[in-house]
Design a protein around this ligand. Structure first.
Ligand SMILES: [Zn+2]
Length: 114
């Protein structure tokens, strides 16, 4: 939530990249190791580039969608963002939501337990 290091990512990408990198949203950025920080950065660069190309935010990979390939329908475009109480696409555990700093956090307590 502290935008002194990375700013302008937005709530959707923040929630989704933390899921993709299996990082709990309550972990302070200052406690990430170099590998985790690089993983977040590299994944953001990739999926934000995809967003520019596609004209929409799609963070799920084809193997986590019902069709298994092709363009993601809107209901299958994200892993956790606005999916509170729905089953995690990876493990089936219900996605959680909480507010922090007037923003909503979405995460899977199993996949992002750390
Ligand atoms: Zn999960």
């Amino acid at each position: 939530m502290n935008q002194a290091v990375i700013a302008g990512v937005g709530n959707v990408y923040r929630a989704e990249v933390l899921f993709r990198q299996r990082i709990n949203p309550r972990v302070p950025g200052s406690s990430l190791d170099g590998g985790q920080a690089a993983g977040l950065w590299n994944d953001l660069v990739a999926i934000m580039g995809d967003g520019v190309r596609d004209g929409r935010i799609i963070t799920t990979t084809a193997d986590h969608r019902s069709e298994g390939s092709g363009t993601a329908p809107p209901s299958e475009a994200h892993y956790v963002y606005k999916r509170a109480a729905l089953p995690c696409r990876v493990c089936g555990t219900p996605v959680l939501m909480a507010e922090l700093g007037a923003r909503k956090l979405y995460w899977c307590p199993e996949c992002q337990s750390g």
